[in-house]
Write a protein that binds this ligand. Sequence first.
Ligand SMILES: Cc1cc2nc3c(=O)[nH]c(=O)nc-3n(C[C@H](O)[C@H](O)[C@H](O)COP(=O)(O)OP(=O)(O)OC[C@H]3O[C@@H](n4cnc5c(N)ncnc54)[C@H](O)[C@@H]3O)c2cc1C
Length: 451
Amino acid sequence: MRVRVIGGGLAGCEAALQLASRGFDVDLYEMRPGRQTPAHRDGKLAQLVCSNSFKGMGMTSAHGLLKNELRLLGSFLLKAAEEAKVPAGESLTVNREIFSDSVEGLIASTSKITLHRDEVISLEGDFPTLVAAGPLASDALADDIFKRLGSERLHFFDAIAPVIEADSIDMERAFYLNRWEKGETADFINCPLDKETYDLFVTKLREAESIEPRPYEKNELFEGCLPVEEMARRGTETLRFGPMRPVGLGLGNNGKKWHAVIQLRAENAQKTLFNMVGFQTRLKWGTQKEIFTLVPALKNARFARLGCMHRNTFIESPKLLTETLRLRPELPCAEGLPPTWFAGQITGAEGYTEAIATGWYAAWNMAQTLVHGAPLPLPEESCIGSLMRQLVSPNKDFQPMNFNFGLLPHVLELNYRKKDKKSVLAEQAEEAIRVWIASHILPSKIEKITP
Ligand SMILES: Cc1cc2nc3c(=O)[nH]c(=O)nc-3n(C[C@H](O)[C@H](O)[C@H](O)COP(=O)(O)OP(=O)(O)OC[C@H]3O[C@@H](n4cnc5c(N)ncnc54)[C@H](O)[C@@H]3O)c2cc1C
């Protein structure tokens, strides 16, 4: 059976290899080098556009756990990354040339994949399709997706605020309250700062070193979405009239209005993660941690994600996709299209390892659906399963997200003091994936997954 994969990046290459290894004939379309994106450097497949790190490897790091799962599931790109590893402590950091060359070599070595160096400009097509065109999908294809899926369903994304793990917030120094007490449940955590701390905070923000915008980003960044350090540079009081305004939040212990307050908004239904409202930033990551932990309630904060700004196209997955990353066939926008799956950053799964994971998952479910008539999801307790739940759960402020511990279903009955919480979640996730593999994929099948 013939299928089409759009995009020869991380998700597209993993998906093409998985599909080929399951017997499909794959037409893989990559528009580079003929048409470049603003961030890729040449025509290489599976190119790492920025850092050369796939993050942590240890089993108590979220990314280590995700990698372990991909290893168990027979990911081709993870294997290529491990073979291209360079020494970098606990993280999986690679020689990017060796990594890309080895993925390209794998793709070239199988007659099941035909690589077309062409831009795809429409979702229409004759074969079931997997779209993995990335956050910098070409304008023509992005326009087509935009037109079909509806204007509210494709976002132009330019800023992310940091996200904090809830149990690292010092609630002795913070309080739950919605501004003006609006809403039925208190969804915001408020972190007050006194005048002295606020002044220090603003001074540090002004002096801090930012990452320079790329030339193509310069015109797009500052329209309506100012980085927090830029606001601080405009005046000492600017933040107190912006995201740190203390109004509608009651009075402090001394009976006076708070001097300044940072609000944290729940990022997921379980309220295990909170984002810093209005704190989009271009500050270097180390600097962000240093400055944001000046806030008394955030002194020991663990950051599930740090802030950054760049162009990023993604679809509104909660409305458009099933939990197996298929474009919902019942939607009017799916009419006239071949069965279509999405993978990679375009789904809102942020990060290199997440792109590989969604590539594996979309390809697996595409194969299951086309061969057996139904998809086969992963358990929610697994890393990929929990990431999928986050991607497709109803969310009116849907934003891209990395995989992190906050996404794993928490074991409520367990006393975390007895055992480190991360180890418990890690064990739960590994057990879930091992049981799933044992019942759905024969061990011999995993070893044999070579194109
Ligand atoms: C500037 C930038 C920096 C980033 N830095 C990091 C980082 O340091 N670490 C991290 O973990 N994540 C980072 N990300 C986020 C994300 O992890 C990467 O973008 C990742 O490469 C996404 O994988 P993907 O497969 O979805 O997309 P990509 O790897 O971008 O692959 C998409 C491919 O589709 C091709 N394509 C696009 N349109 C078409 C078309 N119409 N027809 C045919 N081919 C097409 C592109 O040329 C590209 O090769 C960054 C993102 C951006 C935009």
